[in-house]
Design a protein around this ligand. Structure first.
Ligand code: PEP
Ligand code: MG
Length: 571
């Protein structure tokens, strides 16, 4: 038995067999073949096996993810039956006497390059389809296993180098009991999604894919950040016991589901949830969320091969607003970039994607895309209590430009006779230090702030949130971060506005006493953290936490702050 230490990314305990989700090695050598008929038959077999497999994946996707996602696999099946692609491959085997791998790769590369160069979105999508399908057929020719998370049909712990947010979205909660990755930090988006899906996860273990084989028994301890490989029966029994205790604790917190969030001395704060799709609403309601503090709309744009239409977006936003029955819903406009990619936008690769052309920067340039989203949001506004928030605002001009576009679209819709709420608040995420420093100026123009500490900490500490080697610099309790948070809260209150926090820090047990003391109005977190946070706040005295926070602001290190919180909350 051995174990790996990683970063506890999503609480809970999972015990199951390992399922490796690792990119296969598809390298091959060029060979001369004498029996070309036999080589063509080998190619045909790989084709038909791929077709059978894609049909199963399509049917699974249809049930689990809906017809629109399943349509991607229909497109792949069409490619596999297209004589314009298949005949040239067979001709090449025949005329050049090369192995099927070479004929397939060279022919498909030619089509991919040709389609990619066309100034036509449809043809560019076909290039992506050909690339995907080629990978699958090549894997069958080489006899290597190609993995697909939606195909998992027995209880498993996923082992991966990294999981993209769209991989994570495809995981079937019924069978996927937990996951562990080599890279990533607590605020990488796969970790955030694991928490909202209540899948125990440990990330940043460095060696999961090196040390764990398919079928190994694995324990994911998402509380301590440990991964046990082939544990002894005693360790399994111990963990089964831990898992039971964890469930009991959850049952205790569940009693607070219909309560307000009030500190021991009677101060009310709002506990809101972060969501990625309308499906997450169930978790918000079950966990007693008082609002949606962050709807990450980019997930609507991911795991597909074209932009969502205004109508599709309108339906999603309306569903969330109606589902919350008049409670506040803060919708963040598209925040693509960093670790959230949209392959179909075909943006050039960047050296520093987290510092690059992302979020509001992209939206202010790709205005058609931005305006479509804003129209969908405005149209949905009459179905609930909508607040709109712009991500990654670095300057007042960016905010003013984004707001002006929003108001232009509003005016157009009003003149078309569309009913739009008059009470939509317009706010910004504070994720960039320049904006925190200039909070007083911003507070005069925005309706609210929501502090995005996942990015604010990575930019303040200059430490990539995806890189586990610098994870020690993710320091929410560092006085530098606390001072920035205070500046934002104070600036908003001076102008009669409110401040929320939707980064992971808002749900962090050690940070909550400090944030309560600093005067934070709204705490937005994974739905699954809400009840625990409510229980904690009900035991804290806000006046005492104010004193704790002012001391913390004067301290030298994060460690000193943690110690002070421990002392103050134990008393
Ligand atoms: C943040 O940066 O804190 C945030 C909430 O946004 P995201 O995690 O989606 O970047
Ligand atoms: Mg962010």
């Amino acid at each position: 038995m051995s174990f790996l230490q990683g970063i506890a990314a999503s609480s809970g305990i999972a015990i199951a067999k390992a399922y490796r989700l690792v990119e296969p090695d598809l390298s091959f050598e060029k060979k001369t073949v004498n029996d070309t008929a036999e080589e063509i038959a080998r190619f045909q077999l790989a084709l038909s096996t791929s077709k059978g497999e894609l049909e199963v994946i399509r049917d699974n996707a249809n049930v689990q993810l809906g017809a629109d996602k399943a349509a991607i696999f229909d497109a792949h099946l069409l490619v596999l039956s297209d004589p314009e692609l298949i005949s040239p491959i067979e001709d090449k085997i025949r005329s050049e006497q090369v192995n099927a791998e070479v004929a397939l790769k060279e022919t498909s590369d030619m089509f991919v390059t040709m389609f990619e160069q066309m100034d036509n979105e449809y043809m560019q999508e076909r290039a992506a389809d050909i690339r995907d399908v080629t990978k699958r057929v090549l894997a069958h020719l080489l006899n290597v296993k190609i993995v697909n998370p939606s195909m998992i049909s027995e209880e498993a712990v996923i082992i991966a180098e990294d999981l993209t947010p769209s991989d994570t979205a495809q995981l079937n909660r019924e069978f996927v009991k937990g996951f562990t990755t080599d890279i990533g930090g607590r605020t990488s988006h796969s970790a955030i999604m694991a928490r909202s899906m209540e899948i125990p996860a440990v990330v940043g273990t460095k060696f999961s894919t090196r040390d764990i084989e398919n079928g190994d028994i694995v324990i994911v301890d998402g509380i301590k950040g440990l991964v046990h490989i082939n544990p002894t029966p005693e360790v399994i029994a111990e963990y089964e016991n831990e898992a039971r205790k964890y469930e009991e604790q959850k049952a205790e917190w569940a009693k607070l589901v219909n309560e307000k969030t009030v500190s021991a001395d009677g101060h009310h704060v709002e506990l809101a949830a972060n969501i990625g799709t309308p499906k997450d609403l169930e978790g918000v309601v079950n966990n007693g969320g008082e609002a949606v503090g962050l709807y990450r709309t980019e997930f609507l744009y991911m795991g597909r091969d074209n932009l969502p239409t205004e109508e599709e977006q309108f339906e999603s936003y309306k569903a969330v607003l109606e589902g919350m029955k008049g409670k506040p819903v803060v919708v963040r406009t598209l925040d693509i970039g960093g670790d959230k990619e949209l392959p179909y936008l075909d943006l050039p690769k960047e050296m520093n994607p987290f510092l690059g052309f992302r979020a509001i920067r992209l939206c202010l340039e790709e205005q058609d895309m931005f305006r479509t989203q804003l129209r969908a949001l405005l149209r949905a506004s009459s179905y609930g209590n909508l607040k709109i928030m712009f991500p990654m605002i670095a300057t007042l001009d960016e905010f003013r430009d984004a707001k002006a576009i929003l108001l232009e679209e509003k005016e157009k819709l009003v003149s078309e006779g569309v009913k739009i709420s008059d009470e939509i608040e317009i706010g910004i995420m504070v994720e960039i230090p320049s904006t925190a420093v200039m909070a007083e100026q911003f507070a005069k123009e925005v309706d609210f702030f929501s502090i995005g500490t996942n990015d604010l900490i990575q930019y303040t500490m200059a430490a990539d949130r995806m890189n586990e080697r610098v994870a020690y610099l993710y320091q929410p309790y560092n006085p530098a971060i606390l001072r920035l948070v205070k500046m934002v809260i104070d600036a908003s209150h001076k102008e009669g506005k409110w401040t929320g926090m939707c980064g992971e820090m808002a749900g962090d047990e050690t940070a909550i006493p400090l944030l309560l003391g600093l005067g934070l109005d709204e705490f937005s977190m994974s739905a699954t953290s809400i009840l625990k946070a409510r229980s904690l706040i009900s035991k804290l005295n806000r006046t005492e936490m104010e004193a704790l926070a002012s001391q913390a602001l004067q301290m030298n290190t994060a460690e000193e702050v943690v110690q002070a919180v421990k002392t103050a909350t134990m008393a």
